[in-house]
Design a protein around this ligand. Sequence first.
Ligand SMILES: NC(=O)c1ccc[n+]([C@@H]2O[C@H](COP(=O)([O-])OP(=O)(O)OC[C@H]3O[C@@H](n4cnc5c(N)ncnc54)[C@H](O)[C@@H]3O)[C@@H](O)[C@H]2O)c1
Length: 273
Amino acid sequence: MIAPMITPMLALDEKRIIVTGGGRGIGLALCTAIIDAGGYVGILDILKEPHPDCQALVERSGRCYYFNCDITKRESLETAFGKCVGALGGHIDGCVTNAGIGTDKPFLDHTWEDFERVVAVNVTGTFFPAQLAVRQMLSQPVCERGGARGSIVMIASAAASHNCPGHLLTAYGGTKGFVKSFAMQLGHELATTGIRVNSISPGYIETDLNLDLAKIRPNVKHYFTEAPPMKRIGHPKDIAGGLVYLLSDVAAYVTGHNLAIDGGMSTGNGLTR
Ligand SMILES: NC(=O)c1ccc[n+]([C@@H]2O[C@H](COP(=O)([O-])OP(=O)(O)OC[C@H]3O[C@@H](n4cnc5c(N)ncnc54)[C@H](O)[C@@H]3O)[C@@H](O)[C@H]2O)c1
């Protein structure tokens, strides 16, 4: 028999979640979904001026806090993370490592600086926020209900697992391969602690970043709609649904998993038909 408790378990009531890179794009959609599901959010983002919708979320919800921070700089990250935990009442139930940057160019055109920057944001900027979150969660009492302590979700990419037509992603894909593998390894290591760790791999998602790219490289627009077997570009909301699931108690038995949300691209791209 199906348990009748699924809908309440999907709610994030009173859960306190830190989100890196929530100032715009996919991260902002994730923060909006967390608030919508009843949670509280602390955002860490390098933007001095986050997207107006982010500012509105902070001002109107009363459950969203924004901290300017560079996740690649130890002092900046540790200071902002501490303030964020304080604003959330000294307790966190989740952490979403979403901040990331891309490089999209031929392998031989990558400079040392390009590579160092993408590794700093996507690798260092995932590893250490996760470490701070785990340290904080382990310092908190275990939830009496099911022994849960927290949920960490890392935003990887379809590029971690396969080629994405229209893009050249050696450096970016390599860093996202780290994110996917790191989530699996950490999920395994923490499995008995009550902390779950999973990753989400989005395919092509309609963000300002991609829409701007399509203006200067019109051919990528074709791939956004034709390469996914479902024949449409993804929406940030598509990622938000998966995130709420992984943060919620519905996913209590799920750890070390990579959830592809990509219109079927992980099955092979639609251009091959
Ligand atoms: N858009 C897509 O199609 C797509 C596909 C797969 C994966 N992703 C991943 O999703 C995540 C979000 O991407 P997006 O498309 O919303 O990009 P975006 O550029 O709109 O958002 C990224 C956010 O991260 C923040 N950020 C960047 N560097 C930072 C730093 N050093 N410290 C703190 N914050 C920093 C930015 O200010 C921004 O708010 C990224 O990890 C990206 O790799 C995106």
